[in-house]
Design a protein around this ligand. Structure first.
Ligand code: GLU
Length: 325
């Protein structure tokens, strides 16, 4: 039995104070007490050694492709170690295209290996337990962190330094790892993966902006966005609202590119038919904005970019957000 482990850099790999010094995947796992007693052999691959804010969609999709090949060659599961800053986005990206029963588990660390109370080793131990566990099969991409297990579609980094930074607001963790035992308590229904591996040239051409609305926002930043981008996600107030004067600006954009409406609050849905004022969810949908449902702005941007990279038109984008949102 083997688990394929892909090392992508991040805090878990920071070796020392010198700029650029990183631990390899083999060095990361060598520091994990009890890993050798867990069972699966680890097939470790060093892919990138970067802060996670420097990862690209293409790099993550390449890792998913390589992970697919590892599973087809017999690995029971996959672990990815990376930086925590974009973990919530890379996890959802992988989840949208992962078509295996084998668990795809992402983890990292909030404290560097040389710091007191470094959390990387415990997180790797939990992640490997999950990747090898029958209990996690069929759940898609999961984040194992702080002995909790989070579904890719819900998980958020909610604190800049805490070792308990990862939460699933409004849903809760799907399970936990205690005494090495993986227990799944509740898992969201698995959506069908998106069709086809996105063509990398189309992926590069699919440029999706994200605009977070704020008090008295005049939309000045959005003026030329349809000339430079092929899609836009709006993080609106509350249940999907924007200042009244911004509504026609967004409506004009929605006639040119898909514009997806989400909430900047961090949890809860965008409403569909409760408010009617200019800039309300009803007004914005009548102007052509697509309802992002329960997806937060970052995850909505991941989905929209993948859809556009797959050549989806407006109707397919709307249908996909109805299914995934
Ligand atoms: N927290 C950063 C990340 O998400 C770590 C930065 C680094 O690895 O240098 O990757």
């Amino acid at each position: 039995m083997s688990v394929a482990l892909f090392a992508l850099g991040g805090t878990i790999s920071v070796a020392g104070r010198a700029r650029g010094e990183r631990l390899t995947g083999a060095e990361i796992i060598a520091a994990v007490p009890g890993l050798d007693r867990l069972g699966p052999a680890l097939d470790v691959r060093d892919v990138h050694a970067v802060p996670s804010g420097s990862l690209t969609f293409a790099q993550v999709l390449d890792v998913v492709d390589e992970a697919s090949r590892a599973v087809e060659a017999g690995a029971v599961g996959v672990v990815v170690t990376q930086g925590t800053d974009t973990l919530e986005e890379t996890a959802f990206l992988a989840d949208l295209v992962w078509r295996h029963e084998a668990p795809f588990v992402l983890t990292g660390a909030m404290r560097q290996p040389a710091m007191a109370g470094a959390d990387g080793p415990a997180n790797v131990l939990a992640a490997v337990s999950v990747a090898a566990s029958g209990a996690a099969r069929g759940l898609g991409a999961l984040v194992a962190f702080n002995d909790e297990l989070h579904a890719a579609r819900w998980v958020r980094k909610s604190h800049s330094t805490s070792t308990a930074a990862f939460v699933s607001a409004g849903a809760g963790p799907v399970g936990h790892v205690v005494e090495g035992r993986v227990r799944v308590l509740a898992a969201p229904p698995r959506r069908a993966p998106l069709p086809g591996a996105p063509d990398r040239a189309r992926l590069a051409a699919a440029r999706v902006g994200l605009h977070c609305v704020s008090l008295d926002d005049d939309g000045g930043l959005l003026e030329d966005v349809a000339d430079t981008h092929t899609g836009l996600v709006v993080a609106g107030f509350g249940a999907g609202h924007v200042p009244g004067p911004l509504a026609p600006v967004l409506g004009a954009l929605a006639r040119r590119i898909p514009v997806v409406l989400t909430s900047r609050t961090g949890s809860g849905p965008v409403l569909r038919h409760t408010y009617r004022a200019p800039g309300s969810e009803t007004d914005l949908q009548e102007r052509g904005l697509i309802n992002g449902g329960l997806l937060d702005p970052y995850k909505a941007r991941v989905l929209l970019r993948l859809l556009l990279a797959n050549g989806a038109g407006r109707d397919e984008v709307t249908a996909a957000f109805a299914a995934h949102g």
